[in-house]
Write a protein that binds this ligand. Structure first.
Ligand code: TTP
Ligand code: CA
Length: 356
């Protein structure tokens, strides 16, 4: 039996900002372009700001006008902030690693969404329990809420995750999908954008149930191949195959020094620190072993060199890493790779051929 989960973080960028800035909690919050600049759009708004009609992709000037209108009505003032993408990416990585700790096959889609193959669970009930646990773990460790949908394919799971946002958990058992979809506006079907929506609306097709009145040939005539796909989607049919995960090929750290240096004691001390760092990152990214160690050196003249060594066996050993990294760095410190005795500007360590 196929059981697919779709997990989607709630108001993701805004939720991260609220979590990082307690003074903004519950306050209407818009993450996006600077309204003073007058150009650009809203990336997202928290649920308090959505009450004012503000949403993703809206011109920031329009969001500002709506916020001002709300303020004049005596409603809470809206905070506008510009996005901190690095922060969101970092938290996304931690959440995905947390999910991967519980579910072997995960397909990440975008920064705050993933499909989970839960077919290893004996029933929808057990899959639901697992998703509840994952939601609670995300809440406990990251202070963020996610909405999850369960269905027998990706289409149904995705629509289900949207059903009880925020902090939702919606299970759609195989026999329930068609009835659940029928009353929805067609826009809820992934792939139906504003153009298709308008095109179909002109023909009186507004809900999923409306689509079901047409034969596959009719829909193909209207929309080509996509019409045939829509025929299936309207009946809750879709793929349950997850695309093989895009795995990080390597885990690395590097450091540019405040001043170029040839100080061996300092260089080795930094090398060990980076080795400790990458080794600690390994389990956080869901890996257990590595086989290849890469050391990068950038000299004061910006010439950059890497040397690497691949071990015969996968290992997870601090001693081995320390020894291999040292052997790789040594030639850069003497005549072999550095005959002019240039100073070093940057040092990096990377692990490759990672294993789970
Ligand atoms: P979404 O999952 O679409 O939205 P969301 O997480 O903010 O809210 P919801 O609770 O409805 O899921 O997008 C995830 C993040 O991607 C969102 O926080 C900001 C970013 N984003 C944009 O930058 N521009 C956009 O147009 C959209 C839709 C999202
Ligand atoms: Ca989201």
């Amino acid at each position: 039996m196929n059981i697919i989960g779709h997990l989607d973080m709630d108001a993701f960028y805004a939720a991260v900002e609220e979590r990082d800035h307690p003074e903004w909690r519950g306050v209407p919050l818009v993450v996006g372009a600077d309204p003073q600049e007058g150009r650009g759009v809203v990336a997202t708004a928290n649920y308090a700001a959505r009450r004012y009609g503000i949403h993703s992709a809206m011109p920031i000037t329009r969001a500002w006008a709506l916020a001002e209108a709300a303020r004049r009505r005596g409603e809470p003032e809206t905070v506008f902030i510009t996005p901190n993408f690095r922060r969101y990416a970092e938290i996304s990585r931690r959440i995905m690693a947390l999910i991967r700790g519980q579910v072997p096959l995960v397909q990440e889609v975008g920064i705050d969404e993933a499909y989970l193959d839960l077919s290893f669970c004996p029933s929808f009930g057990r899959a639901r329990e697992l998703c509840q646990t994952i939601k609670e773990e995300i809440k406990a460790r990251e202070g963020l809420t996610a909405s999850v949908g369960l269905g027998s394919n990706k289409l149904v799971a995705k629509i289900a995750s949207d059903f009880q946002k925020p902090d939702g958990l919606t299970v759609v058992r195989p026999g329930e999908a068609e009835d659940l979809l029928a009353p929805l506006p067609i826009r809820k079907i992934p792939g139906v954008g504003p153009k298709t929506e308008e095109f179909l609306a002109r023909r009186g097709i507004r809900t999923v149930a409306d689509i079901k009145r047409f034969s596959p040939e009719d829909l193909e005539g209207l929309l080509g191949k996509w019409g045939l796909a829509l025929y299936d989607k309207a009946r809750g049919r879709g793929s349950a195959t997850l695309r093989a995960a895009r795995e990080p090929k390597s885990i690395g750290e590097q450091e540019t020094f405040a001043a170029d240096t040839g100080d061996l004691e300092f260089l080795f001390e930094r090398l060990w620190a980076m080795c400790r760092g990458v080794l600690a990152s390994l389990p956080k990214e869901g890996f257990r072993t590595f086989r290849t160690v890469v050391v990068t050196v950038r000299f004061a003249d910006f010439k950059t060199h890497t040397r690497s060594h691949t071990l015969p066996q996968p290992v997870n050993s601090w001693r081995v890493l320390q020894f291999e990294a040292m052997k790789l760095l040594m030639p850069f410190l003497d005549r072999r790779e550095n005959p002019q005795r240039k100073l070093i500007r940057l040092l990096g360590v990377r692990l490759e051929k990672l294993g789970r």
